[in-house]
Design a protein around this ligand. Structure first.
Ligand code: ADP
Ligand code: MG
Length: 329
């Protein structure tokens, strides 16, 4: 039989907005000394927004990359540029069909937004859905697939490199791209038939509660940030949160490997993540915590689910676990 103190604590946890998969996990929570956080969708609100699209097919690239802050509002953008962007976004969104990744959703809303503006200008909407073939999603890296005999590779820079996309143009503009990354942007590289064609510049926002929360938690736990996103952005986020342990550009298995490494030093690790790319790490951690708005796979392998992505519920799990232990004695 399950001790009464545990069943009540499960009910109490639910009231606190925390879904506990199994009552016995509260005991594990008491042993945790290290917290590993994912970034996108976990520390950030996970509603990324495409602030700009760089067109790498135009010769006057520098005009584009002028980051003096005078960003052209979408409403003022020429219809010609909007139509070009719509065509790329349509291709990308068609390949992301079925992906619930926050970045896929960002592309979808960027497409809708542009179509809306074109319609308001009395222009016909371009085609915005295409049939993709042989599409493949590499969690934490990107996607690839074929539409009308054209081969698309979309995702982070190393994913494109791994797929033999010509990145010589990237090499000549890395310096400018770094400026975006250092301001906390995520970059999605879009290539068509091995040619780097466009870069989607994306901004996400940190959860309001993240900074104070991590400050409080850092008094009781060692804290790590592990992300598949670029190093400069990861450093920017870590700095805003006062974190010093950060590893960027990690693939899903590498997240799990790092946890294994911490465990080999005797640390007891809780992993907090939202995505499919966090699943291996969630599986190996002593305690796994998934974001409620995250992917189903993350939630299925989690001990706890934070409803509404509410990070402030995190300390309550550990407090609750402590209370239960006390009651059992
Ligand atoms: P995090 O570990 O912070 O949650 P992800 O692992 O989800 O970040 O993504 C890492 C990077 O891989 C992203 O910044 C993006 O460039 C690329 N990426 C991941 N998933 C996708 C996708 N579905 N479509 C396009 N790019 C993606
Ligand atoms: Mg994530």
């Amino acid at each position: 039989a399950v001790p009464i103190s545990i069943t009540t604590s499960v009910a109490r946890a639910a009231k606190l907005g925390v879904l506990v998969a199994d009552a016995s996990v509260l005991e594990r929570a008491n042993k945790i000394d290290t917290l590993v956080f994912d970034k996108t969708g976990t520390l950030t609100i996970g509603k990324p927004y495409i602030v700009e699209i760089l067109d790498l097919t135009v010769s006057n690239l520098n005009a584009h990359l002028d980051t003096n802050g005078d960003r052209i509002f979408l409403e003022q953008q020429s219809s010609e540029k909007l139509i070009t962007e719509v065509s790329w976004l349509t291709e990308a969104v068609s390949l992301e069909t079925g992906s619930s990744h926050p970045l896929a959703l960002a592309m979808k809303s960027a497409l809708e937004e542009r179509n809306h503006i074109l319609t308001s200008r009395g222009l016909p909407q371009p085609i915005n859905s295409m049939t993709s073939e042989a599409f493949e999603n590499a969690p934490g890296q990107g996607i690839r697939g074929v539409i009308a005999d054209k081969r698309y590779v979309i995702g982070n820079a190393s994913w494109l490199r791994d797929n033999q996309v010509d990145m010589s143009l990237y090499d000549t503009i890395t310096h400018q791209l770094k400026t975006y990354e250092q301001q906390g942007s995520t970059l999605i590289y879009f290539s068509k038939d091995n040619v780097l064609t466009a870069i989607f510049i994306i901004q996400d926002t940190l959860q309001d509660s993240a900074k104070n929360l991590l400050h409080t938690l850092s008094q009781s736990f060692e804290i790590w940030l592990l992300t598949g996103d670029n190093q400069h952005n990861a450093d920017f986020i870590a700095k805003s949160l006062g974190l010093s342990n950060v590893i960027a550009e990690v693939k899903p298995v590498e997240k799990a490997k790092h946890i294994e490494y911490l465990q080999s030093k005797g640390q007891k690790v809780a992993m907090i993540g939202d995505g499919i790319n966090d699943a291996p790490a969630l599986a190996i951690a002593e305690l796994s915590i998934a974001m409620g708005e995250g992917s189903d796979i993350a939630k299925q392998s989690a001990d706890y689910i934070l409803l509404k992505n509410d990070l402030t519920k995190l300390p309550e799990i550990f407090n609750l676990a402590k209370q239960v232990e006390k009651n059992m004695k």
